[in-house]
Ligand binder design. Structure first.
Ligand SMILES: NC(=O)CC[C@H](N)C(=O)O
Length: 396
């Protein structure tokens, strides 16, 4: 047999694998096998087109209450390690894939994807037609759904009934304030830089902040670690604060700049964050927002946000920089967007998506404030738009 051929097709055929079912609220059923914990989980089903980075995706807090299907068909082959986590745990409500690699092969791998999902009590389903699922999500929009993962011997019929009921019971992401659910309970300092093969005395690890040049207060609405690392890398000492920290408390820390993080859920109900953002912008504090932070800044300007049909989730999205015309390939993960038609006169669009023309970046014409809808920290994804971090440093 040709090298490696044995790996791929056998797993779905092994009869003793526990069954799992994914149901969509529209009644569509996918039956496959369980690759994680036994149990059930409901959420909004979204598709992500990144070719790499399943571990970073699972641990991105912005995926709270979302069941993520990866359009790349073969997942798990590089295993999982502690250092590539974007937060302290898996936040995605469940994982949906076509084919699980039977082996994890990477010099940094510490465990398999299955062990990771099971250990974190997160459900996963494999062996389903993820292309069909993605076409449904593209045609009908992101859908409420549920995964029910059983034990060996459970019948698909019984799982299907439970999955359908759970899918129909999930009311969707609109109106959900999840930032206050996932935020840190207390403030903390962050001084860890980026990971490098030779970063710590010639060994792999995270660089340490050498000389703090700026003090940034970062609101944690579900912050991804690589954002903090890329700011640290540029000389920022960061104080990470809980989502509901009043603006006055932050101003008392006399920061050089304020950062508003990514995060899950609908930005509109986050009135506490919108009010804080407005204070910083009005007072002329250099302010930078990413993803949910961008949407919160948009709302603070008086603009409106809207729910997109199926959003942007991937690591290959072209975005145009309207200032110089360059096209950057970006990492994306959002289901809401700032409505360009509602921008006030003092806020101008700086970036647009070349997939659907939706708004990707904003800058205030009269204040040192700007924000971006996608993920300049990537992780996973290309670093084409890392220049936004440099822009923030310059603004301070
Ligand atoms: N990554 C994010 O910050 C996502 C923002 C918001 N929860 C959305 O889905 O649009």
């Amino acid at each position: 047999m040709a090298a490696g051929l044995w790996r791929i097709p056998l797993l779905p055929l092994i009869p003793s694998l526990p069954p799992a079912v994914l149901a969509l609220a529209d009644g569509t059923i996918f039956s496959g096998y369980s690759i994680g914990a036994v149990g059930q989980s409901a959420g909004e089903v979204v598709f992500n087109t990144a070719l790499t980075g399943y571990q970073e995706i699972l641990t991105d807090p912005s995926y709270t209450r979302q069941l993520v299907t990866l359009t790349y068909p073969h997942i798990g082959n590089v295993g999982v390690n502690d250092q590539d986590c974007e937060s302290t745990k898996i936040y995605a409500a469940g994982l949906i894939i076509k084919d699980l690699s039977l082996i994890a092969s990477n010099f940094r791998s510490e465990k398999t994807l299955t062990d990771y999902l099971t250990g974190e009590n997160v459900v996963g389903i494999a062996g389903i037609d993820t292309r069909k699922l993605t076409r449904i999500l593209r045609d009908k929009g992101a859908q409420p759904g549920a995964i029910v993962a059983g034990k060996v011997g459970d019948t698909v019929e019984a799982l299907t009934e439970k999955a359908l009921a759970a899918a129909k019971g999930f009311s969707g992401m609109a109106g959900l304030d999840l930032a206050q659910v996932v935020t840190t309970p207390t403030a903390y300092e962050w001084t860890e830089g980026e990971w490098g093969l030779n970063a710590v005395n010639g060994k792999p690890g995270f660089k340490k902040l050498e000389k703090p040049l700026k003090h940034v207060v970062a609101y944690d609405f579900g912050v991804k670690r690589n954002i903090l690392r890329m700011l640290t890398e540029r000389g920022c000492k960061i104080t990470v604060v809980p989502a509901k920290t009043p603006a006055a408390d932050v101003l008392a820390m006399k920061p050089d700049g304020v950062f508003l993080s990514n995060g899950p859920g609908d930005p509109e109900p986050c009135d506490y964050a919108i009010a804080a953002a407005k204070t910083f912008i009005d007072k002329g504090i250099p302010t930078f927002g990413i993803c949910l932070g961008h949407q919160i800044m948009g709302l603070a300007s008086g603009a409106k946000t809207l729910k997109m049909k199926f959003g942007h989730h991937g690591a290959n999205h072209p975005v145009k920089d309207l200032d110089d015309g360059r096209v950057v390939i970006t990492s994306q993960n959002h289901g809401f967007a700032v409505d360009a038609a509602t921008l006030p006169a003092n806020v101008r669009p700086t970036h647009v998506s070349l997939f659907d023309g939706s708004l990707q970046g904003l800058a205030w014409t009269d204040k040192p404030a700007f924000c971006f809808q996608g993920h300049p920290e990537a992780s996973p994804g290309p670093h084409d738009i890392a220049y936004l971090f440099d822009r923030f440093i310059k603004l301070m």
